[in-house]
Write a protein that binds this ligand. Structure first.
Ligand code: ARG
Length: 559
């Protein structure tokens, strides 16, 4: 909105550039003293064959508009200073009329993204590692929608592979169905850990596991029955976590869903003459791509992770006709995705250029990777429940008779965990630290939620609706309003950079400015500007709530 004020003014004096070209050239000055927007004159200097300094100077003398208090040339730049009296009402009133639609755009109009996220492995606990994929993926899909994309969330549950052969062997050797029924995931997980432990001493176990998986793939009924049971109890347990997080999926097609389509994939590869025998296994050579070969079938004919991903990619394309496919998966799987995408290119898949792995760093425990195999794992459900409990105590202390306690404690407790993850640059590893996660002050989710609730409480006290902003002369209000104005561009950059952290940091800055404003201004004082101040507070609640929603968080009105 503000850039357009500059570009339309500039366009009147620059016949050689379109308004759109001008908008693209505009920059945000690094230093406050250099105004709100600046226009670099280097491009013009080339076509006009004069110095950029001279052009900047000439333009600054020609340009005049009530929207600016000053337009100055500094070196090769023309710097614009907005006039708050004229511009602030435009911004605030636009937010009030747009409501939660403020910041939406149509960048992705007509495009569909399928996003592969969460995808935990059955018969194992939902780990902190899967939390990252879940919350980053969910936030990216919300941000994608806000940018006009149609988004399909797919939970590609890890429910197939050699490990289920191993689990079946372990269950038949040492399992106790009654115990498993009482406490499914931890029991199954114990069996899995025990299997690996025993296999270290007794390598024939691995062989048994492989054979059992081979038979499972071939349709062994007893094995299938066990597998189905493992799958069912696992999904029930995962649902609890998704309910806590408030996340759902459009598709639950996991790895096993592709079992009967694997031969088709192998045939496609054969047709293109891409399959090579190596040590009895079947592979696709990827030397030209500087990648290790992609394993398609093991020596015993069993399929692999990559075989299933290739098959799933085709299936998704047929089912959803996507324009882009995202895979939100830890960076330790980068090679795997490079291999899968390279094979798709060799196959000439029509969608091969539209695949994107969106990686992220690991949660570490004492600097080390948390490995499920060794049992070094932290359970997300427990972390969430602990955080909710803490939120409850926190709210009760301040407000012992708070009516919506249970619900709001859940929103705040979960919000703390989500935000702690999303505010990090996604490629960073995060050292798992319960104390950090349960922080409710400083740069945290609860701090943002609390800021929103505080603003809502002012609105309740003001009890006026449909306010219009006409002007607020406090100098803190102008900084706050300019920050509000940046929301749409932060929504757009968050998508193009695949980075929810951009929204998270934007919200922290906005909340900080609002809290400064709030501490310096008597919002409800009966003066001429009262209505405008309330309108501004309302605009802040709109943007905070919408920003939190994009992170997958709730914004309670009271807490
Ligand atoms: N289940 C896998 C894991 O936990 C993640 C699946 C990621 N998605 C995919 N299409 N490979 O490691």
């Amino acid at each position: 909105m503000l850039h357009e004020l500059c570009s339309s003014l500039l366009a009147q004096h620059l016949p050689e550039l379109s308004e759109e070209e001008i908008v693209h050239l505009l920059e945000k000055p690094k230093h406050k003293d250099h105004g709100d927007v600046s226009f670099p004159c280097f491009t013009l200097a080339k076509t006009r064959r004069t110095s950029p300094h001279a052009i900047a100077k000439e333009l600054s003398e020609q340009l005049q508009s009530p929207y600016f208090t000053s337009i100055e040339a500094v070196g090769a730049y023309v710097n614009f200073f907005f006039n708050p009296e004229e511009v602030a009402p435009k911004i605030v009133n636009k937010i009030l009329s747009a409501g939660s639609e403020f910041g939406s755009n149509q960048l992705g109009h007509g495009c569909r993204i399928v996003i592969d996220l969460s995808s935990p492995n059955i018969a194992k606990p939902f780990s902190m590692g899967h939390l990252r994929s879940t919350v980053i993926g969910n936030s990216l899909s919300l941000i994608g929608k806000k940018n006009g994309y149609d988004v399909v969330k797919i939970n590609y549950v890890g429910d197939w592979g050699t490990q289920f052969g191993k689990l079946i062997v372990a269950f038949l050797k040492w399992g106790d169905l009654e115990k498993v029924k009482q406490n499914p995931i931890p029991e199954l997980f114990q069996l899995y850990v025990k299997f690996h432990h025993e296999a270290e001493q007794n390598p024939t176990l691995d062989e048994e596991g492989r054979k059992a998986f081979q038979e499972l793939e071939a349709g062994n009924e007893e094995y299938l029955k066990l597998w189905t049971y493992f799958r069912e109890v696992s999904l029930e347990a995962f649902q609890k976590v998704y309910q806590l997080l408030g996340i759902d999926f459009e598709s639950w097609k996991g790895e096993a869903a592709y079992n009967h389509k694997m031969d088709h994939t192998t045939d496609l590869l054969k047709e293109k003459d891409l399959l090579v025998e190596s040590d009895g296994a079947t592979i696709v050579q990827l030397e030209e791509d500087n990648l290790p070969p992609c394993l398609i079938r093991k020596r015993d004919g069993a399929t692999l992770y990559a075989t299933r991903d290739l098959t799933a990619a085709y299936d998704r394309y047929t089912e959803f006709k996507f324009t882009q496919a995202f895979y939100v998966v830890g960076h330790e799987q980068s090679i795997h995705f490079k291999q899968v995408f390279a094979v798709l290119k060799k196959l000439g898949a029509p969608f091969a250029e539209n695949m994107e792995h969106i990686p992220f760093g690991l949660y570490l425990k004492d600097g080390q990777k948390m490995s499920t195999r060794k049992g070094r794992v932290i359970l997300l459900e427990e972390v969430l429940l602990e955080s909710i409990e803490k939120a409850k105590k926190n709210i009760e202390e301040r407000n012992p008779s708070f009516p919506g306690l249970e619900e709001v404690a859940k929103q705040v407790g979960v919000g703390a965990i989500l935000f702690n993850d999303l505010k990090q640059d996604r490629m960073n590893n995060i050292e798992f630290n319960m104390d950090d996660m349960l922080q409710f002050e400083g740069e945290t989710g609860p701090y943002l939620q609390y800021t929103h609730a505080r603003a809502q409480s002012i609105l309740r006290k003001a009890s006026v609706e449909d306010n219009i902003f006409t002007g607020d002369s406090h100098r803190k209000s102008w900084e706050l309003i300019k920050k509000l104005h940046e929301f749409p561009s932060s929504v757009e950059t968050a998508f193009t950079k695949r980075s929810p952290a951009i929204v998270a940091h934007y919200l922290l800055k906005l909340a900080k400015l609002f809290n400064q404003y709030y501490s310096q201004v008597k919002i409800l004082e009966d003066t001429r500007e009262k209505e405008s101040r309330i309108a501004l507070v309302k605009a802040v609640t709109i943007v905070l709530a919408e920003g939190l929603r994009l992170l997958g968080m709730k914004a309670p009105d009271q807490m």
